[in-house]
Design a binder for this molecule. Structure first.
Ligand code: DC
Length: 220
């Protein structure tokens, strides 16, 4: 029997998902899949095609012409669009950050990413990783509801806004959460049965230790 493990980590903007997932991927030799970066890369491509967030029909028509691939870079999976990885500086920039939640609310765009995200487990297996840690908003609820472990990271909105400020990044954390939690398709929710972790008063190391203990127990 294979011991390949799928770990889902959901949570709001700046809840510590990425740092935690990266640390876990290193500790357990898992592929790290940041699905937020996928929505961001797709947003960068739509903006490059001069599409606006209110042009829903035009976005839907553009989707079939966007060819997705995956590049494994160390332990991180990166989305390729037309054979090119969109640079980090672009996907984390203010234009993409302001638009991404709006594009991510379009059901057809989410549907276009569904099979792609599930197929990341095959990418991880093909690269001989011991498992995959996938972070996002709907991983434990929609993408991998049967994941071996499903976590939901919470943190106080003020603490989260402060984290982004310290990183020097413009990000309307509370507004993105409002949009992500109120959309009709696959909203940001605590999936039933997911393990809820409040990281407001925990350091990154403490969160990683907590999750590592549960992952190690699953592996043993
Ligand atoms: O994790 P992040 O903040 O980089 O994600 C950017 C946006 O992508 C987020 O505001 C909503 C969207 N997203 C989503 O709708 N579903 C996911 N699984 C991951 C991200």
């Amino acid at each position: 029997m294979s011991s390949f493990l799928i770990v889902a980590i959901d949570g709001g903007a700046a809840s510590g998902k990425s740092s935690t997932s990266r640390a876990l991927s290193e500790r357990f030799n898992f592929l790290h899949v940041d699905t937020g970066s996928y929505y961001r890369a797709l947003t960068a491509e739509l903006l490059r095609r001069v599409l606006r967030t209110d042009q829903i029909e035009a976005v839907k028509s553009a989707l079939p012409s966007i060819t997705l691939g995956t590049r494994v870079d160390g332990r991180a999976a990166r989305m390729e669009i037309g054979g090119r990885v969109v640079p980090e500086a672009e996907i984390r920039g203010p234009e993409v950050t302001a638009a991404v939640s709006h594009f991510a609310a379009i059901p057809e765009l989410r549907a276009a990413l569904l099979a792609y995200q599930r197929a990341q487990a095959d990418v991880a297996r093909a690269h001989n990783f011991c498992g995959m840690v996938m972070e996002g908003r709907d991983i434990g609820s929609v993408i991998f509801p049967n994941a071996d472990l499903r976590f939901f990271l919470h943190a106080d909105p003020v603490a989260r806004a402060k984290r982004r400020e310290l990183e020097g990044r413009a990000d309307a954390v509370a507004e993105r959460d409002r949009l992500d939690a109120s959309r009709k398709t696959a909203p940001l929710v605590l999936a039933s049965g997911a393990i809820d972790i409040d990281s407001t008063f925990l350091t990154l190391e403490q969160v990683v230790e907590k999750l590592s203990g549960l992952i190690a127990a699953k592996l043993s």
